[in-house]
Design a protein around this ligand. Structure first.
Ligand SMILES: [Ca+2]
Ligand SMILES: [Ca+2]
Length: 261
């Protein structure tokens, strides 16, 4: 355990070694606000009880007073949404759209060319725009989206009912190191026009554009894709499902026609 409330709000931070083996990090305490009992526990290397006061949150000029909270299990970042209870979440995720683009080229979107299906060819990346909100945040007057628990997509051949399931990642653990370089964030969330995930918390409502196909090869940036050359020419439905931490699910289907002849 250590603490630092001697500097500006950006650096104020404390870490607690949990008896459960997890490392808890809190950031954004007001200057010189760390509780005296907490300081004593640090100096005497004694245990801090659940519910103890640590310090006071910094007040931000923007009005967006907030706590950064990180849980580390070994070298795995645990998603706080997976362990915060209770979940007062009665609203399923929303899938605002599913788009198909040429492999790693978000500027070339496949579209329905006057027919009832989106014409696909060659290697494809799938982009889904997803929002999930949380009653507790809404009740506080904000509409920030939170991220989902799980995401998967399924391709079914129209007529034969043969389906192939593609999983992505279960977000009770974050997919990889979310450090300053933001490798994982750049790989899985689009941050370029026109698929720019809203990154400003000052401009809700917003959603994130997630690159579903990049999860197929998690070790390589952007390599992941859906190779429609492996499919027979024909008509398929692609169904994306998003599940939140309260286990509500939402699906969104698009009809696609593959023609690689
Ligand atoms: Ca929800
Ligand atoms: Ca890709």
């Amino acid at each position: 355990m250590f603490y630092d409330d001697s500097y500006d709000p950006i650096n104020n931070i404390t870490e607690i070694n949990g008896v459960d083996g997890l490392l808890y990090t809190y950031m954004h305490f007001a200057r010189n606000s760390i509780d005296v009992n907490y300081q004593l526990a640090y100096k005497n290397k004694t245990t801090v009880q659940v519910g103890s006061r640590i310090g006071q949150l910094a007040r931000f000029a923007s009005g967006y007073h907030h706590l950064h909270y990180q849980i580390l299990k070994g070298d795995v970042y645990v998603n706080p949404l997976a362990v915060i209870a209770p979940h007062l979440d009665t609203k399923p995720p929303e899938i605002w759209g599913v788009h198909f683009v040429a492999w790693n080229d978000g500027s070339r979107e496949f579209t329905a060319q006057g027919v009832d299906c989106i014409a696909l060819q060659d290697r494809v990346d799938i982009v889904a725009e997803i929002n999930d909100s949380h009653e507790e945040l809404v009740s506080l007057g904000r509409s920030e989206p939170v991220w989902v628990y799980d995401l998967w997509w399924e391709v079914c051949s129209v007529g034969s009912n043969q389906c192939t399931l593609h999983t992505t990642h279960q977000f009770d653990e974050m997919p990889t190191m979310w450090g300053a370089m933001r490798f994982a964030a750049n790989r899985y969330y689009a941050n370029r026009h026109p698929w720019n995930s809203r990154s400003s918390y000052r401009n809700p409502p917003r959603a994130n554009f997630v690159l579903l196909t990049n999860f197929d090869d998690p070790l390589n940036n952007f390599i992941g894709h859906w190779d429609t050359n492996d499919m027979q020419n024909g008509t398929y439905t692609v169904t994306v499902t998003a599940e939140d931490f309260a286990h509500h699910t939402t699906t969104h289907s698009e009809r696609v026609c593959i023609d690689n002849s």
